[in-house]
Structures are given as structure tokens and as C-alpha cells.
Design a protein around this ligand. Structure first.
Ligand code: DQQ
Length: 602
């Protein structure tokens, strides 16, 4: 077995580069395995073949440089060059979608942050504008960080953002558009009264006080925002009130706090209606039966709680409080952080989008000259059970689909592999429905897996046969399968219900050394007795793989850098490696055209 190498998984703040324990466990291939692999490779060209022949371990790599334009995504948002992280202040204003983003104009690692600014009419194609905000005043001299936009009554956009002041304290500032008649709102003004909010008060850590939410109006007609903070050593979303959006007073209790963690970055607070995928504007009248969601970024992922906003006490009360934060629900079970949502008044939906970082090394990013993408914007709403958020790529992305192929009624017996031909395997949108006949074949569920789903996905990988599953997709596979990424389900039976695991296993995605290649995974409850099928949608965009299990119950985003993507071609398959046969009742796949994400202002 090769020694484990460590890799650097980059996240947010200065000094926040974190060494992750390497989970790639590879062993050199034996001669017998090499032979089997060659044979399997020939068979794999004509439809269904045996998976056990191809889930093999790769050889020691000898690979070309990672500096290739071919790893840049074709329809995810990323600037022409350099580093980006959090999406900032997304909004729809006067017929235009705006997104700002944390951007380093000088290089491809975090630092010198300004707000990049791009505008769009469809959330997929973007015009790039000059940076909207840079560090120019005493209250943002050491940082102009994450922001939320609020459109005040009378159509006035305002953005509250975190600045790091001359003493490196985190303060909250405001900016306003200079000229409301400019359709692109290119210039923003910092009023003289910044900072609006100082990090004062007992127990508040002035270096952990940032990322204000979009504002909302309470029953008393006052505006509110929440700010992520560390209070007395624990995480809190501190609540502030204002009459005019300029003068803010801290409410004597947080919107919500928890002693299960120490700081929440990028809190997001919004209302949802169970079973309805139309979004709600938090400042409009909230219908009866609505629930509230508090999203927070921590532990390198975005988690959320569903509950009610108690108007009298002005607090968010989660339906369930889980002391162990490993059990908190996640917006995405992969590489996805610092997401922000907004109410899209054009289409009456709530949209969320997040940042997906590279998983190569920092020196690779420096060599590439770029790092970071934004996930495809997703419509987000609450399932009818009131417990689980559902997400789906915005419908606009479907305009990029071309060259569709479709198959029905493919039976996949244990060990079968079906090649999906006819589409671009590097830029694709795949929708597949798996029909399950023998749900009793599901293996028993062990609740301890919930504490570390990545470990479970790694141990029970696609080569490990189960009662019902693994079945799913093999993506970005090299000719000889030395490189491949699997996105697959396993079904388990737990007392009264079925628990389904979606894994996005990147452990064999690339022969390159020093990559972070986890096996991401998330569980969800599924009423299989009623539905008898599970759907999977995966967007493949070169180095990005974004998957949506069971209509968006579990979403997983991953980054991969297969050598075959640069040096050869890749393949895509549907597979089953569970004892029970599964039927692909419907499979649709499209090539995806390139989006224009950096159109220069004419
Ligand atoms: N990124 C920003 C911060 C935020 C962090 C700095 C989250 O405002 O807390 O670039 O990724």
C-alpha cells in the first residue's frame, strides 16, 4: 500500500489552510488484476459488463501536469483567473441577477480580498464587472468580507458586509449603490457612518463576528439582521434591530445559539412552506404553516436546522436539537461552503448557491493560476414532511443541454455495467431512475454510520456487494478504469423505514498524487414501500461533479482531476453491484454546452 500523503484542503480565513488526513489508500495492482482489467476494458465497450472486473486499484501514477485548461469548468461560475471563495449578496434587482464574490485579484490563494461583481439575466451566463468594493476605509482596511443584500421598501438595495478594521476587529459596514439608474449597479458608496455595528458586549470575540444575513422586518416594523459570532466560546447568530437600516441595536438574546460548536460563519435565515417549491420573501407576510430555516457554515460544510421563528420572543426555535453536530443536516454532503440564499422575485423561488473549492494542493493552484468555483444555483424548498430541505439545479441550466440520449428498461444484475454512449462525458447532465423490486433484500442499518458517513462510503465502496446496492453511475472513467468516480446508492432497512445512502466516491478519481479524494456521503429516509424507485441526477462539468439524490434530498458536490480528462478520453456507465437486480426505468443524458460566465462589459 502506498503511504498516505497529506493534502491541503483550503477553506476560508487567513491561516485556515487545514491539513486533512489523507484517505487515499492505494495498493499496487497485481499482475492478475492488470490482466482482468484489460479484458474488462474490451468488454466495457459494448454495453453491460461485469463491474467486479473493473473496480480495481490504480497503479502508481506517472502523470502530466495539472496545469491544463481542461480542468476549468465549462458551465459553473468561475472568474477568468485567480482565487474565489464565498458567493456574496446575491439578489434580483430591476430585471438583473447580481452576484458578488470574495475574490483575490492578485493570485490564486486566499488574500487581498475584494468583491468581484457579475450580473446575469439567467443565473448561468454572466457579465463580469469591475470589483464593487475594495479595502479603502479604516473600517475595512484589513478585509472586506462576506455580505448579504437586502432590498428595502421602495426598492432600495443595501448591502451590509463585514470589514476587518485597522485593529483587525470585525465590524459590520454598509454600502449603497451610487446610481440606481445604472442597470448593473456598478458603483457602490461607503457612507461616512461606517462601521454601523461594532464587536462590543460581554463575551463577544471581536475576531469572530461576521457575515450578516439579509435583513427582514419583524411584526414591530423594525428591520432585523443576524450576524455569525463566537459568544462566550460558543456559536451564535446575534440579532440586531433597526428602524432605518443605519442605526442598529443588539437584541439582548441571539436569534439562536449553540454550545455544540464555537463559531458560525455565513448564517442564512429564511422561511419555507412544507411541500411547496415556491419561495418566500422573509420580509413579506409569512403564511400559516410556514417553517424557518437557519443555515450555518462550520466544520468545512453548510448545515441547517428547521424550526419556527417565535415572533413574540424573537428567536428561532429548532424542531429538534441535536447535541452532536455531526448529526446536523447538511445542505450538501460534499465540497460546498459559505452558501447564501435569496428570494428570486422574478420566478417566486428561493435560490441558494455555495462555494466549491479545489482539492488539489496550494502549489497546484498557484501553478494553475485559478482556484474555486461556485456550485450551480439551486432552487431550495422544504419537503412535505417538514423535515428535509430539497434542492434542484435552477431550470435555466437545462438550456445548455444538447445531444440528448435516452434509454428505458435496462436490467442491471449484480455486477453489471452499462455504458452511456452518445454524450460528452466531460460536460453532461444525467438523470436516471432506478426501480427496485426486492426492497426486502436491503441490509440492516447501523445508526453509528450517521456519525461518519464518509468513513462508511470509503469502507463500503462500489466494489463491496450489498443486498440492495451499490447501484448508480461511474463517471469520468479512464479506458482501463484505473481512474473513475462513482456516485451510488445503498439501501438499508431500519426498524420501520428505509435509509438510503448516497455516496460520491472520489477515492479513485485520479492517478495524480496529493489530491484530497474523499468518499462523500449522506443518508436520507425514503418511503420505498410507496415509491419503489430512487432517482439520481448528476451534473458533470470537467473537474466538478454535482449530484442530487432522490429529487434533491441529498446533494453532493465534489472536485476531481482525472489524468484521462487531459490525456485521453473518459467513459460514463450505469452500474449495479448489489445482489438484487435493479431496473433503470429511465435514463436521460445530455451533453452540456459551455456557458458564458465571463462576458466582458461591452
Ligand atoms: N469567508 C469570508 C468570511 C467568511 C468566510 C472571508 C467563509 O467573511 O466567514 O473571505 O468562507
Amino acid at each position: 500500500m502506498l503511504d498516505c500523503v497529506f493534502t491541503l484542503r483550503k477553506t476560508t480565513e487567513e491561516r485556515r489552510f487545514k491539513e486533512e488526513e489523507c484517505r487515499k489508500r492505494r495498493r499496487p495492482e497485481t499482475l492478475g488484476e492488470q490482466e482482468t482489467r484489460t479484458q474488462a476494458n474490451q468488454e466495457a465497450r459494448n454495453g453491460v459488463v461485469a463491474t467486479q472486473r473493473v473496480f480495481l486499484y490504480p497503479q502508481s501514477p506517472k502523470v502530466s501536469s495539472i496545469v491544463s485548461k481542461r480542468y476549468r469548468t465549462a458551465y459553473h461560475f468561475q472568474p477568468l483567473k485567480n482565487w474565489i471563495n464565498d458567493p456574496n449578496g446575491p439578489m434580483y434587482y430591476n430585471g438583473i441577477y447580481h452576484q458578488f464574490y470574495q475574490y483575490n485579484p492578485n493570485g490564486s490563494i486566499w488574500g487581498n480580498i475584494v468583491w468581484g461583481h457579475s450580473v446575469s439575466t439567467d443565473l448561468i451566463n454572466w457579465i463580469r464587472l469591475e470589483p464593487a468594493i475594495e479595502r479603502t476605509t479604516p473600517s475595512d482596511m484589513n478585509g472586506c468580507w462576506t455580505v448579504s443584500a437586502t432590498i428595502l421598501t421602495g426598492d432600495q438595495p443595501m448591502i451590509i458586509y463585514t470589514g476587518a478594521d485597522t485593529e483587525k476587529r470585525q465590524v459590520q459596514n454598509i454600502v449603497l449603490p451610487k446610481n440606481l439608474s445604472d442597470p448593473y449597479l456598478r458603483e457602490w458608496t461607503k457612507p461616512k457612518n461606517n462601521p454601523l455595528i461594532q464587536p462590543v458586549g460581554p463575551g463577544l470575540n471581536s475576531g469572530q463576528f461576521r457575515d450578516p444575513t439579509t435583513g427582514w422586518i419583524g411584526p414591530d416594523g423594525l428591520w432585523r439582521i443576524a450576524v455569525g459570532a463566537e459568544l462566550n466560546g460558543y456559536s451564535a447568530a446575534l440579532l440586531y434591530k433597526s428602524k432605518d437600516f443605519m442605526q442598529w441595536t443588539r437584541v439582548d438574546h441571539p436569534l439562536h445559539s449553540s454550545n455544540a460548536s464555537t463559531m458560525w460563519e455565513c448564517p442564512d435565515f429564511f422561511a419555507v412552506l412544507p411541500g411547496k417549491n415556491n419561495g418566500l420573501d422573509l420580509s413579506a407576510a409569512i403564511p400559516n404553516g410556514a417553517k424557518h430555516v437557519l443555515k450555518m457554515s462550520l466544520d468545512y460544510c453548510d448545515k441547517y436546522m428547521i424550526g419556527v421563528y417565535d415572533l413574540k420572543r424573537d428567536t428561532f426555535v429548532p424542531d429538534t436539537i441535536l447535541d452532536d453536530r455531526r448529526l446536523w443536516s447538511r445542505i450538501d454532503y460534499g465540497n460546498y461552503y459559505a452558501s447564501k440564499s435569496f428570494f428570486d422575485s422574478k420566478k417566486g423561488r428561493r435560490i441558494i448557491w455555495g462555494w466549491t473549492n479545489e482539492t488539489d494542493s496550494t502549489s497546484d493552484d498557484v501553478a494553475k493560476g485559478w482556484a474555486g468555483i461556485h456550485a450551480i444555483p439551486r432552487t431550495i424548498w422544504l419537503d412535505s414532511d417538514g423535515k428535509q430541505l430539497l434542492q434542484w439545479p435552477v431550470e435555466e441550466v437545462e438550456l445548455l443541454r444538447t445531444n440528448g440520449v435516452s434509454h428505458q428498461g435496462i436490467k442491471l444484475k449484480k455486477g453489471d455495467l452499462f455504458e452511456i454512449n452518445g454524450t460528452d462525458t466531460l460536460q453532461a447532465d444525467v438523470e436516471i431512475d432506478f426501480e427496485l423490486a426486492a426492497i426486502d433484500a436491503a441490509d440492516p442499518f447501523d445508526p453509528s454510520w450517521l456519525l461518519d458517513t464518509e468513513k462508511h462510503c470509503r469502507e463500503a465502496d462500489a466494489s463491496v456487494n450489498g443486498g440492495l446496492g451499490p447501484f448508480g453511475l461511474v463517471l469520468l472513467a479512464s479506458d482501463n478504469m484505473e481512474e473513475h468516480t462513482t456516485v451510488h446508492f445503498r439501501v438499508y432497512k431500519s426498524e420501520q423505514k428505509y435509509m438510503v445512502l448516497l455516496c460520491s466516491d472520489l477515492t479513485r478519481s485520479s492517478l495524480r498524487p496529493e489530491l484530497y479524494t474523499p468518499a462523500h456521503g449522506g443518508f436520507f429516509e425514503h418511503d420505498l414501500e410507496k415509491e419503489k424507485k430512487i432517482s439520481l441526477r448528476t451534473l458533470i462539468d470537467r473537474s466538478a461533479v454535482e449530484s442530487f439524490g432522490a429529487g434533491g434530498r441529498v446533494c453532493i458536490t465534489g472536485r476531481v482531476y482525472p489524468v484521462a480528462l487531459v490525456d485521453g478520453g473518459t467513459h460514463m456507465y450505469a452500474f449495479n453491484n448489489g445482489s438484487s437486480t435493479v431496473k433503470v426505468s429511465q435514463l436521460k443524458a445530455w451533453s452540456m454546452r459551455k456557458a458564458q460566465v465571463n462576458v466582458k462589459m461591452g
